[in-house]
Design a protein around this ligand. Structure first.
Ligand SMILES: [Zn+2]
Length: 395
């Protein structure tokens, strides 16, 4: 493939993508990239606004109204990246195009750079879509919205600020780089601290105290006996201790009275913080500890989600996808959390995660296959008109 074979939207998306890669946007430092998106949207028929996250950052949210009232279709993507890791062969903040032979021996044109896969192509495609839709409000009913979200690689404060602002949608396409698999669900996760409270005593007379570390030991040794749900798709997700700390930092001949452990638990549908804490309380009361134990929820906390791929919107996507690519969408359950968990499980917006084709998220030498910008753009555009056109009249 060479540059002359590119379609106009593909060229434009690539141009945006190259600009986006040149703007560093590791989680916590996304405002320059948010401003780029805001400025680009201001030149379109979309009306952008900034939604404060409360820590000096903002989500950029934009809407474009169609000719008549109708549904709202949202496109969403995160604007942050992970930090640079070791071993890059090129400057991660300078987009580099290369022709490379792929696993099947076919030459393909790739774009390398930090975020070149996860997920600046999705952001670039959304901006290109906003430009392409400009002047076309007569062709659809309802609202097309776009959300550019900071902090997805950390705690999703961007998605949470968006939800808190009251934004709603009937369907959302999350433009993550999930070309090979289209995610329609995934486990959630919670992090909590478990604390044992004992009784201090002279270290030479341990029988007079209650050792909080020993108590924690009994709890940790019994973690796998705590019943958890077994989901047919997401399996059984066990409790995973991440860190334990007990006793004073300096030597003291005393029985430690406090011990804390940070525990992670992935959540499957039906599990949430309340159900997990209930299971923990039941387990602890049967354990016969001598002291007491308390639990406290921490961050991150994401609920699991599972969409219905047989619903009209997913079926419509399937039709559009099949028309463009000649195959069935490879729907799959994800293994990690994303902003999709927040939008779907917290805001009740059905989310389908589909974006450009690339490789190497969170790794060195991350890249995107330039050709995929064209397919994905076509599918976004076609789906938008179908979802907010005839389809919304029938549904
Ligand atoms: Zn991502």
């Amino acid at each position: 493939m060479n540059q002359t074979a590119m379609t106009d939207p593909q060229k434009r998306a690539l141009e945006h993508l190259e600009n986006l890669i040149r703007i560093p946007s590791a989680s916590g430092n996304e405002n320059a990239l948010a401003d780029y998106c805001f400025d680009a949207l201001e030149k379109t028929d979309f009306t952008p606004r900034r939604i404060e996250t409360g820590d000096g950052r903002y989500t950029v949210y934009a809407e474009m109204q169609g000719a008549k009232k109708g549904k709202t279709l949202m496109f969403a993507g995160h604007i942050d990246t992970v930090p640079v890791v070791e071993g890059w062969e090129t400057d991660p903040f300078e987009p580099v195009r290369k022709e490379v032979k792929n696993e099947s021996g076919v030459m393909e044109e790739r774009l390398y750079g930090l975020g070149a896969n996860d997920m600046k192509p999705g952001v670039a495609l959304m901006l290109t879509l906003a430009e392409a839709l400009t002047g076309q409000s007569e062709k659809f009913s309802g609202v097309i919205s776009m959300a550019f979200l900071p902090d997805e690689e950390a705690y999703s404060v961007g998605a949470r600020a968006l939800i808190k602002s009251g934004v709603k949608a009937d369907f959302c396409i999350m433009a993550e780089p999930t070309y090979k698999y289209i995610y329609i669900g995934g486990p959630g996760k919670m992090l909590f601290s478990a604390r044992t409270h004992g009784k201090a005593a002279h270290g030479a007379r341990p029988q007079e105290g209650i050792n909080a570390i020993v108590e924690m030991g009994s709890f940790l040794a019994s973690l796998e006996n705590i019943p958890v749900q077994n989901d047919p798709e997401m399996g059984k997700q066990s409790f995973v201790p991440f860190r334990v700390k007990g006793g004073p930092d300096h030597y003291s001949l005393s029985i430690p009275e406090e011990c804390e452990c940070v525990v992670s638990k992935q959540l499957v549908p039906g599990e949430h913080r309340e159900s997990i804490f209930q299971a923990l309380e039941r387990h602890v009361s049967a354990l016969g500890l001598r002291g007491s134990m308390t639990f406290e929820i921490g961050q991150p906390y994401y609920l699991p989600y599972r969409e219905d791929e047989h619903s009209p919107a997913f079926k419509l996507f399937e039709t559009v996808y099949r028309q463009r690519l000649g195959r069935t969408p490879p729907y799959k359950i994800g293994s990690s959390v994303s902003d999709a968990n927040c939008l779907s499980a917290e805001a009740g917006i059905p989310v389908l995660t589909f974006g450009a084709d690339g490789y190497g998220s969170h790794q060195k030498n991350e890249y995107m296959k330039i050709e995929s910008l064209s397919y994905v753009f076509d599918i976004y555009m076609r789906f938008t008109f179908e979802f907010l056109g005839d389809f919304s009249a029938q549904a």
